[in-house]
Ligand binder design. Structure first.
Ligand SMILES: *Cc1c(COP(=O)(O)O)cnc(C)c1O
Length: 377
């Protein structure tokens, strides 16, 4: 049996899987610092809503029960909050789970032909990871000024293009594509190309023209909006995201998603978070105020900041060496931000807008750094 002799000695992963660089989560530890300020993962500045914490504790006695696999109560609560039909909502283990399913469902190889997925050059890195995992060729399309370029995206469409991912606002750049541009993108794509509008930071946007994706989902069969409880709702650790999509897309996702993908604690906490009075308003007001304050403080000491509509922004140090030195300086004070080398933006650091105290600590540390003052612990 020559066939047996030529088999490898161990299971072989697909070559494309081994080309994937694993997602780098925001760091959370610094050796030697006694107080850590974690500003590396865009987690909400206020921690989790108190009512979500209470709901989480309350379901502890129920943890022997399987969760509602259809997340019915949660989908109703989301629908009521955002004025959407719960039948067109699907919940996921974070929106990351939904990104992965969309890639496999719509951009896996068909009859041996590899699909193309388009994303903007500095788009969210999970699109590249999940797209490659699904067997697609992920193409990063050049941006203008760290903002998605609609003409370039449309020009990059090939007969094999199946999905275009657009994070709007975009992470990590913080840029916002104006509504008219998003509509122009949709209009310029073939009808069978799925447009995924990832609005993880929708709540933070105060542009009256902005629509997180609802309009385009409602307008046709080929657009999905993704949302999450991980950012403004302060529940990244619970892993709850959701999608709003035409019925055929919801149906396809429901065939393959984890049957019990949102656990009982996560469902209970998310429902409670939606009902927390004034939570989003207070979080957004805080964010706008302190993002503006912190960016001005950094600009004042000579650090260029890229405009952002999210709860984070890119501080640009002009070179990788300078950004690395600034990062080391921040770390020496227990402040953890996100280095951007993995995104091809090594001259920048992404800073999450934290509490007032956090923002003041970042400003003080970077002012000292720019003044050439030594680090201290
Ligand atoms: C944080 C983030 C997500 C992922 O959110 P989860 O729901 O925690 O998986 C998706 N898209 C973008 C652009 C993000 O920044």
């Amino acid at each position: 049996m020559t066939e047996i002799l030529t088999r490898p000695s161990a299971p072989q992963p697909r070559a494309s899987v081994m080309q994937i660089h694993a997602y780098t989560p925001g760091e959370s530890e610094v050796s030697g610092a006694n107080r850590i300020i974690k500003l590396s993962a865009n987690e909400g500045a206020f921690g989790p809503p108190p009512s979500a914490q209470a709901a989480y504790l309350k379901v502890a006695a129920e943890m022997h029960r399987y969760p509602d696999g259809a997340s019915i109560a949660l989908r109703r609560a989301i629908g009521a909050r955002f004025g959407l039909d719960p039948e067109r909502i699907v919940c996921g283990t974070g929106s990351d789970e939904l990104i992965q399913h969309l890639c496999h469902i719509y951009a896996g190889p068909v009859d041996g032909i590899q699909a193309d997925i388009l994303m903007s050059a500095h788009g969210f890195s999970m699109y590249e990871i999940s797209g490659t995992y699904a067997g697609a060729h992920v193409i990063k399309v050049p941006e203008q000024n760290l903002t998605a370029d609609v003409d370039a995206l449309i020009a990059a469409v090939t007969p094999n293009t199946r999905i275009v991912f657009l994070a709007n606002p975009n992470n990590p750049t913080g840029s916002l594509l104006p509504q008219a541009e998003v509509e122009r993108l949709r209009a310029g794509l073939p009808a069978d190309v799925l447009l995924v509008l990832d609005a993880a930071y929708a709540e933070y946007v105060d542009d009256p023209e902005y629509d997180p994706g609802v309009k385009l989902v409602d307008a046709g069969e080929n657009t999905v909006m993704l949302r999450t409880f991980s950012k403004v709702f302060g529940m990244g650790g619970m892993r709850v995201g959701w999608g709003y999509a035409p019925p055929a897309i919801i149906d396809a996702i429901n065939r393959v998603r984890g049957v019990f993908n949102v656990n009982i604690a996560a469902q209970a906490a998310a429902i409670a978070a939606l009902a927390e009075p004034g939570w989003v308003e207070a979080s957004v007001a805080h964010n706008t105020k302190w993002r503006t304050w912190l960016m001005a403080a950094l600009e004042q000491v000579g650090i260029k900041c890229w405009p952002s509509v999210g709860n984070f922004f890119l501080a640009d140090f002009g070179s990788k060496a300078q950004a690395d030195a600034a990062n080391a300086h921040l770390k020496s004070r227990g402040i953890i931000i996100r280095a951007m080398g993995g995104y091809g933006l090594a001259q920048t650091l992404r800073i999450t807008v934290g509490s007032e105290e956090d923002c003041r600590a970042v400003a003080a540390a970077l002012a000292d750094f720019m003044a050439g003052n030594p680090s201290h612990g």
